[in-house]
Design a binder for this molecule. Sequence first.
Ligand SMILES: CC(C)=CCC/C(C)=C/CC/C(C)=C/COP(=O)(O)O
Length: 282
Amino acid sequence: MPSPKARSSAARSGSAPCAGGNGRYEFISLNRTPPPHLLQRQGSDPTAARLRASESPSRRRGSGSSTSSTGGQQLPEEDCMKLNPSIVGIALSSLLAIDLWLSKRLGVCACEDASWGSMRPLMKLVEISGHGIPWLAGAAYCLYKSDSAAGQEVMLNLLMALVLDLVLVGVMKAVVRRRRPAQNRMDMFATFSVDGYSFPSGHATRAAMCARFLLAHLVLAAPLRVLVLLWATFVGFSRVLLGRHHVTDVAFGFLMGYWQYNLVEMLWLSPAMLQSTIGQLQ
Ligand SMILES: CC(C)=CCC/C(C)=C/CC/C(C)=C/COP(=O)(O)O
């Protein structure tokens, strides 16, 4: 690290520090073209490459060469871009920083020694209530036990919805590959390999989708409807309190689950459709 003295003299002389060979910092002038070995390194630097890619096409077209002129002075193109990070980039980094900070603060049941550690067993019960296995087993059992065509149709579609949710969340987790919070203890019951990843929360998608499904297809008294909504909300919150997820994983999970229910309605399997499909297969 440059000493404060070195940093202030660099600021006075208009030079900027950058990591040189052997882990030492070298100083390059912002007003002059840097030596060729530094230009070469910037070209292969992934951060500089990302900044280059995020620059607007019109600016890229306009620059034309590796240097741009400001008031007659030649500025290295890479330095110009480092001074102009995109607003979207800053907004996203700020959101992620707030998300990490808030998720860490809210993970109060992440282990027994945490501030609300005594609530962890209760949170784990809430976790099981939103797990895929009890929901799949419950829907399959109700389908088997149901003696009305309407009941069978609803349960069959609930099963289809649960499988669809597992697939969509699995694909999303495998694509995004966000790590779970550092405080998470991977002691969850029955997981797939993609459940090592954090985004989005599978419990939140399932809770939102199943809550919409139950409210739309079961005739429930008002207090029970409220209970369903409270359960779904609590399942989502418990993911952050247990330290399993970031706040944005759960927020996105709720949105995704809400949207998944629309998909289930679009793909709804009716007895007539099933009979014609079976008829075509025979
Ligand atoms: C019948 C069968 C193969 C069921 C698999 C059900 C299963 C293992 C679901 C995974 C549920 C789970 C642990 C999701 C992770 O939830 P997050 O909220 O931590 O993303």
